[in-house]
Design a protein around this ligand. Structure first.
Ligand code: GLY
Length: 420
C-alpha cells in the first residue's frame, strides 16, 4: 500500500511513522515533508507544496497512491477534497463546505446553536463597538476569538479584566482579523475529543488534554498547544461527550446535508458539574494531541483509513494501549507573537522518545528552525511520571538559540487504573 500525505509538520511526520509500522504499507510520500521524513525508511519527500491542490492530485495519480491524507487546515479550506473527488482520487479529508466548521468560528457557532449543542454563550461581532457592548454583558474573564484562521494560536485571547477586554478588541479590529467572536468563559477541564468519521459511522479516538498556554502554570498567551497527555476521561465523562456533543453534531451535519469524511476534533470544556460544552470544532487531528493519540494506537492505522473510504468504520476493531502518553512542543523565541527562524538545531542521536520536526528545514546538512513550534517530542510509559521523565530527558538534549518549552506537562496527573 502506498500513501500520499500533504504537509511538512510534525503531524504529517507522525502519521507517516505510524502508517509505516503496518507491514502492508510499503511507501509514504510527503508533500513536501521535512528533513526527518527525507531520510526515514519508507518515507520520501516530493517537491509539491501542501497547498498545491492540482500538484497533489497529479502526484497522487502519477504515484498511484492508494489514498491521500491532508494535514494543513489551509489546504482543506481550498477545497482539496472536492477537487480529488471530482477526479475519482481517494482522499481522507472533508469538503471545503464542511471544513468551514473549523475555519469560520461564526459558522461553527451558528451550527452549534441551531442544533442546540451545548456551547458557551457568544456573539459574532462585525465592529469593535458591537463587540465591546456584548463583552460588557459577560462576567470576567471574557474569551475573544478571531472568526477566521489566525496563525500560531494568536487568534484566541482570554481577557482577565475590563481593560484587557478593551485592549484586545481594539487590537483585533486594528489588526483587521475579520469578524470577532466574543464568548462567555467556562471554568473546567478541557478535553480534545477526536473521531474518525466515514460519513455514516464514527470511530472515537483516544482522548487527550492539550496545554494551550505558553508558560508553566497555565500562564501567558494562548498558543496552538504546548503539550498534551492521554488518556484523560472517566467513562461517565466519555459517555457525556458522546451523547451530548458528538452524536448531536453528526446528526446536525446530516440534517444540513453536509457530507463529511475524515477527522473531527471537538474541543470540549467539562464544567465542575460534569457537563460538557463544545468550545470549537476542528477538521483535523489536534497538534500536539496527535502524538499522544498515535502513541497509544495499537491497531493498524491504514486499515482505519481504508474502512473510512469504504464507509465501513463500524467494522473497525480498534485497540488502544493501556499505557499513557505525553507530548511536548519546543517553540522558538517570541512564539506565538513572532516566529524567530534560522537557528541551528541539535537533536539527540539516540532517545527513547519520538522526535518530530514541527517547523524545521535543512540547510547544507544542518537542521534549522523555521517557525513557532519547532520540535515535538512524545513518549509512552506505564505512568505519567515515567512518560514525563523520558520526555524531559530528551528535551534537555535538544538545543537551539531562544528555545522554550513548558516543564509542567502532565505534572501531578494520576495515571488512571483503567484506560479506554
Ligand atoms: N491543539 C489544538 C489544536 O490543534 O487546534
Amino acid at each position: 500500500m502506498k500513501i500520499l500525505i500533504a504537509g511538512s509538520g510534525a503531524g504529517a511526520q507522525a502519521l507517516a511513522w505510524k502508517l509505516l509500522q503496518d507491514s502492508a504499507v510499503e511507501k509514504v510520500w510527503l508533500a513536501p515533508g521535512n528533513p526527518a521524513t527525507s531520510c526515514a525508511p519508507g518515507m520520501e519527500n516530493i517537491p509539491v507544496s501542501s497547498g498545491d491542490v492540482e500538484g497533489l492530485a497529479r502526484a497522487a495519480l502519477e504515484l498511484k497512491a492508494d489514498f491521500t491524507l491532508i494535514t494543513p487546515t489551509q489546504t482543506l479550506a481550498t477545497g482539496v477534497a472536492d477537487y480529488f473527488k471530482s477526479r475519482g482520487l481517494p482522499i481522507i479529508a472533508p469538503t471545503c463546505e464542511a471544513s468551514r466548521l473549523e475555519w469560520s468560528k461564526g459558522f461553527s457557532k451558528e451550527f452549534m446553536k441551531k442544533y442546540q449543542i451545548p456551547t458557551p454563550c457568544s456573539a459574532i461581532c462585525e465592529s469593535q463597538k458591537q463587540a465591546q457592548k456584548f463583552a460588557d454583558t459577560l462576567p470576567l474573564p471574557v474569551v475573544i476569538k478571531a472568526d477566521g484562521m489566525v496563525h500560531g494560536g494568536t487568534g484566541v485571547v482570554i481577557a482577565q479584566d475590563r481593560q484587557h477586554v478593551q485592549n484586545t478588541l481594539e487590537e483585533f479590529f486594528t489588526r483587521n482579523v475579520g469578524p470577532v467572536l466574543v464568548e462567555e468563559f467556562i471554568e473546567g477541564e478541557e478535553v480534545s475529543y477526536t473521531i474518525l468519521f466515514d460519513g455514516k459511522h464514527y470511530l472515537p479516538l483516544a482522548e487527550s488534554r492539550d496545554y494551550k498556554k505558553l508558560l508553566d502554570g497555565d500562564k501567558g498567551p494562548n498558543t496552538g498547544g504546548m503539550g498534551a497527555y492521554s488518556p484523560v476521561l472517566s467513562s461517565a465523562q466519555h459517555d457525556a461527550i458522546i451523547t451530548q456533543i458528538v452524536e448531536p453534531c453528526l446528526s446536525a451535519l446530516n440534517s444540513e446535508g453536509i457530507e463529511y469524511t475524515g477527522f473531527l476534533y471537538f474541543g470540549v470544556m467539562i464544567d465542575k458539574k460534569g457537563t460538557p460544552s463544545l468550545l470549537e470544532i476542528n477538521c483535523r487531528l489536534g497538534n500536539p494531541e496527535v502524538f499522544t493519540i498515535l502513541e497509544r494506537l495499537e491497531s493498524p492505522l491504514h486499515e482505519l483509513f481504508i474502512l473510512t473510504l469504504q464507509k465501513q468504520l463500524d467494522k473497525a476493531n480498534v485497540r488502544w494501549s493501556k499505557l499513557v502518553s505525553v507530548a511536548l512542543q519546543i517553540s522558538s523565541e517570541g512564539y506565538p507573537f513572532t516566529e524567530r527562524k534560522g537557528d541551528e538545531i541539535t537533536l539527540p542521536l539516540l532517545s527513547d522518545t519520538h522526535v518530530f520536526h514541527s517547523s524545521v528545514v535543512s540547510d547544507d546538512g544542518k537542521l534549522i528552525s523555521n517557525g513557532g513550534r519547532v520540535i515535538a517530542l512524545s513518549s509512552i510509559a506505564l505512568t505519567f511520571n515515567e512518560a514525563r521523565k523520558k520526555l524531559y530527558e530528551t528535551a534537555k538534549q535538544v538545543h537551539f538559540e531562544g528555545m522554550h518549552y513548558r516543564t509542567d506537562i502532565a505534572l501531578n496527573i494520576n495515571t488512571p487504573s483503567e484506560c479506554n
